[in-house]
Design a protein around this ligand. Structure first.
Ligand code: NAP
Length: 370
């Protein structure tokens, strides 16, 4: 493993930041290059520091950030090797960069498809490349997946996507596989990443707002015994590193997910909220329809706190569609590579609640619609 030279993208983001914070604590940090969008390495360091502070890595470790590790640029502007000889030494690429907005961000398709392919084509020319890890999403399964999703079932034709983002990730996978045949490409698909087992929602409240909304109403628009496949970001980062470091991998595609055994039901999630909030609740969440939620619109401020009611209703609808899939992503491949199963969402949800006390649902939601 000592010969690995890593190029990491997306370190200013949630998952890439977690990976960077993990690597920063390891001896091999000096062998890591980071692609960061910034005009100068100094600016990039400011952005990186801000990202890594979310993971409480401490000042001593933050001092290890060095401009010599920075490559300024984006997926579409990675320098050519002749212009940056550091790239010729790279053996492992971990691509966490993407536009992940659930909203209608015009950069979604260009970044996640076109620029990702541009990036991969340049990486393909690295003379020492051993592995390229493309982070995709298990949600390329679209709106009507089976109860248990196997890696090889997707990407598939005719899938209806709930948001453009997942469609773009599916397209990127298909094109990467087709156009870059023979490439040492490993596609990893995390399921739903929520919080961090130790830091809760401090690094990011992404998607946790949806669970807060359901809990605030004590209502779900899906089966209370339906399950949701959630993993914490530190587990996702650990799994990514595990798949990067494995000498051989048995498969070209892996879910990083809770799977059958470690997913939580909404009943369990409701109980975990009650424990975290110190409430003695009489019962479980009530199953309602979207119309019932919409009918409460005038009371949204009281229920959810301040925020734009229409935006909250739209977000609740979308969240409800994802939450109601009642699907788990098979994680047997990952476990067979020697990784332990993830912690259950219901078991670390309390720390997410504690770290969300000073942030409103609407504020937490904003990050997913940028
Ligand atoms: N979070 C989840 O629940 C989840 C679940 C499954 C899969 N995933 C996948 O995990 C990956 C990371 O997601 P995340 O939640 O960490 O996203 P995120 O917090 O939105 O971070 C995205 C990162 O990508 C970078 N980026 C965006 N466009 C870029 C470009 N054109 N060139 C270079 N870098 C660019 C951003 O850099 P700037 O700071 O410069 O914008 C940021 O560092 C994505 O592939 C996503 O599909 C996430």
């Amino acid at each position: 493993m000592s010969h690995h030279r890593i190029l990491l993208t997306g370190a200013t983001g949630f998952l890439g930041g977690t990976v960077a914070a993990k690597l920063l604590r390891e001896e091999r940090w000096d062998h890591v290059l980071l692609l960061v969008r910034a005009p100068t390495p100094a600016d990039a360091l400011v952005r990186l520091r801000k990202s890594l502070e979310r993971f409480e890595v401490g000042e001593k470790l933050l001092k290890k950030l060095s401009s010599g590790q920075i490559i300024c640029g984006g997926l579409d502007t990675l320098p050519e090797q002749k212009d940056d000889p550091r790239l010729a030494r790279v053996t492992h690429v971990v691509n966490c960069a993407a536009v992940t907005s659930f909203g209608q961000n015009p950069n979604t398709y260009p970044t996640n498809v076109e620029h990702t392919l541009d990036f991969a084509r340049k990486v393909k020319a690295f003379p020492r490349l051993e592995r390229f890890i493309q982070v995709s999403t298990a949600m390329i399964c679209g709106s009507a997946p089976p109860r248990v999703v196997a890696e090889d079932s997707y990407p598939a034709a005719g899938v209806h996507h709930l948001v453009g983002y997942t469609g773009s990730k599916a397209k990127a996978e298909a094109l990467l596989r087709k156009e870059l045949a023979g490439f040492p490409l490993v596609i990893v698909r995390p399921s739903i990443i929520v919080g961090h087992t130790r830091l809760g929602c401090k690094p990011s409240g992404s998607i946790f707002w949806g669970f807060r909304m359901a809990d605030a109403q004590r209502m779900v628009t899906c089966d209370v015994d339906g399950v949701v496949d959630v993993i914490p970001v530190d587990y996702a980062a650990k799994a990514l590193m595990h798949l990067m470091d494995a000498e051989e991998l048995a498969h070209p595609t892996y879910h990083i997910s809770a799977g059958r055994d470690s997913s939580s039901s909404f009943r369990e999630i409701g109980h975990a909220f009650a424990r975290a909030l110190g409430e003695n609740r009489p019962g479980d969440y009530r199953r309602v329809t979207y119309r019932d939620v919409a009918a409460l619109q005038d009371q949204f401020t009281e229920i959810f706190g301040p925020g734009n009611k229409r935006a909250m209703l739209a977000a609740a609808r979308l969240y409800g569609a994802f939450a109601g899939l009642n699907t788990v992503f098979d994680n047997q491949r990952l476990l067979a590579e020697g990784l332990e199963p993830p912690p259950r969402f219901a078991d670390y949800l309390g720390v997410c609640v504690q770290t969300s006390r000073n942030i409103t649902i609407a504020q937490q939601m904003a990050v997913d619609f940028e």
